[in-house]
Design a protein around this ligand. Structure first.
Ligand code: GDP
Ligand code: IMO
Ligand code: MG
Length: 446
């Protein structure tokens, strides 16, 4: 029994959705604690694909409670579409709940996000354009609208009348855009409020009560460590805290209630949007990984930039999140390569650098130092135990574990739920995983 946080250990899109869906079978409650509809989590189960933005990836299991927590930002329009889409696929959202203290993404947030990106020109961040930054900015500025505000029509009317007029000044004077009609926005959101009402709860209390009943809680991260507002590649980051600490803040529970943190990382690296990326591969090999890995964003459809596995940012993710173990995804994408590069350190101003430099300008100048390892040139998609893996693939995984200094608990070899090797279930298993950085595979577990 354990309360487990699933974290993206790179720049997002590591396969958190797949791993969360997989682990949900051992959990009772699945919580999203930060981010909004910038997230895109893909689940593939029995040939059917599900794309989720806000709803936790435990939703496919009938008997699990799924909570959209306090630290998320909720775009009601997208959420209601997501609920409707699941319903069309015969997935019930009866056990879905939404925190009353989550903030709401409004039309002016989306417009300002897109307009400010355009204004930044070549200095743009490459946001998803979903209004995430402006929603969190209003939260910090204390002018945000929360889910609870949607539940009282009179006060919502008053609040929105004031806020829309206030935002119109920004739209008109700063961005030269058409103002929004407050009455139209108010009617639209009163409509959403009516539909969302049955889902709204005090989520911190609900999670606490579940923990007291010794239920297993799974916290599903969105985005990734390097996109963290405080600890990522600022300013090329998102506006929330995707790191493990953020799960506690965003769910309203204390850190002593967390038993384990699992980091999800691809067997290589990808990044969407702008910002430094030392191991990025240009040319044919970059194209190859992008095509073979189907590296196009779930939310915006943008092509993801591809690069080799970067153990420096990996070790940083271990430190910042206190990772206990790893889930390595998309190993199958490397199946046909003759050789694979792994970044083991950086070179900066003639010196070897083993740690992620927190100065953004230094990070942008880092040159990767690679170690070349042989490819296995054999399909891994049907492997279901570590012994099924080609020896060179197993060596690759052991090398990553060694560099990251944490054991590997899960290996993913395809998009499907079943295309997975579970070395150890982080919820039910012993604290230590079996693909030990310095040891051999422990055969007695199979
Ligand atoms: P998330 O945002 O971290 O949940 O990741 P995304 O869903 O945005 O992106 C991961 C993509 O890779 C999705 O299309 C998944 O279906 C797919 N995927 C996940 N794990 C694997 C894997 O091991 N192999 C392959 N080929 N695809 C995978
Ligand atoms: P999941 O949960 C990958 C990136 C955007 C941009 C930056 C800021 O699917 O892993 P934002 O719209 O958040 O203000 O954009 O963050 N980004 C993601 N990249 N996966 C995501 O989510 C992302 N969410 C935001 O591309 O660079
Ligand atoms: Mg994604």
């Amino acid at each position: 029994m354990a309360n487990v946080i699933v974290i993206g250990a790179q720049w997002g899109d590591e396969g958190k959705g797949k791993i969360t869906d997989l682990l949900s079978r051992s959990a009772d409650v699945i919580v999203r604690s930060q981010g909004g509809v910038n997230a895109g989590h893909t689940l593939v189960v029995q040939g059917q694909t599900f794309k989720l933005h806000l709803i936790p990836s435990g939703i496919l299991y009938k008997d699990k409670e799924c909570i959209i927590g306090s630290g998320t930002v909720v775009d009601p329009k997208v959420l209601l579409e997501e609920i409707a889409q699941l319903s069309r696929l015969n997935v019930s959202t009866e056990n879905l709940t939404i925190s009353q203290t989550a903030h709401v993404t409004m039309p002016y947030h989306r417009i300002i996000d897109q307009a400010s990106e355009e204004r930044r020109g070549k200095h743009k961040i490459g946001t998803t354009g979903r209004g995430i930054g402006p929603t969190y900015a209003d939260k910090s500025e204390r002018t945000g609208i929360r889910i609870i505000d949607l539940m009282n029509e009179d006060s919502l009317r008053q609040k929105l009348e004031w806020t829309v007029n206030y935002k119109n000044v920004i739209l008109e004077k700063l961005y030269n855009l058409e103002p929004l009609d407050p009455a139209t926005v108010i009617e639209e959101y009163i409509g959403y409020a009516e539909q969302l009402k049955p889902y709204v709860i005090d989520s911190s209390l609900r999670i606490y009560e579940a923990i007291q009943k010794r239920k297993n809680i799974l916290f599903e991260g969105a985005q990734g460590t390097l996109l963290d507002l405080d600890h990522g590649t600022y300013p090329y980051v998102t506006s929330s805290s995707p790191i493990a600490g953020g799960a506690c803040v965003g769910s309203g529970i204390g850190p002593t209630m967390i038993d384990r943190v699992i980091g999800v990382a691809k067997a290589y690296t990808t990044r969407v949007g702008e910002g430094p990326f030392p191991t990025e591969i240009s040319g044919e090999m970059g194209e190859y990984l992008s095509e073979r890995g189907c590296e196009f964003g779930t939310t915006t459809g943008r092509r993801r930039r591809c690069g080799w596995f970067d153990a420096v940012i990996g070790r940083y993710a271990v430190r910042i999140n206190g990772l206990d173990c790893l889930a390595i995804t998309k190993l199958d994408i490397l199946d046909e390569l003759d050789e694979i590069q792994v970044c083991v350190a950086y070179q900066l101003d003639g010196k070897i650098c083993h740690h992620f430099p927190s100065n953004a300008k230094d990070f942008a100048r880092c040159q990767p130092i690679y170690k070349t390892v042989p490819g296995w040139k054999q399909s891994t998609v049907d492997c279901r135990t570590l012994e099924d893996l080609p020896k060179k693939a197993l060596n690759y995984l052991k090398f990553l574990a060694e560099l990251m200094e944490v054991p590997i608990a899960i290996v993913s070899l395809g998009a499907s739920r079943d295309q997975t090797i579970i070395v150890e279930d982080p919820i039910h298993g012993p604290k230590r995983a079996l693909l030990d950085p310095n040891g051999d595979v422990a055969h007695n577990y199979f």
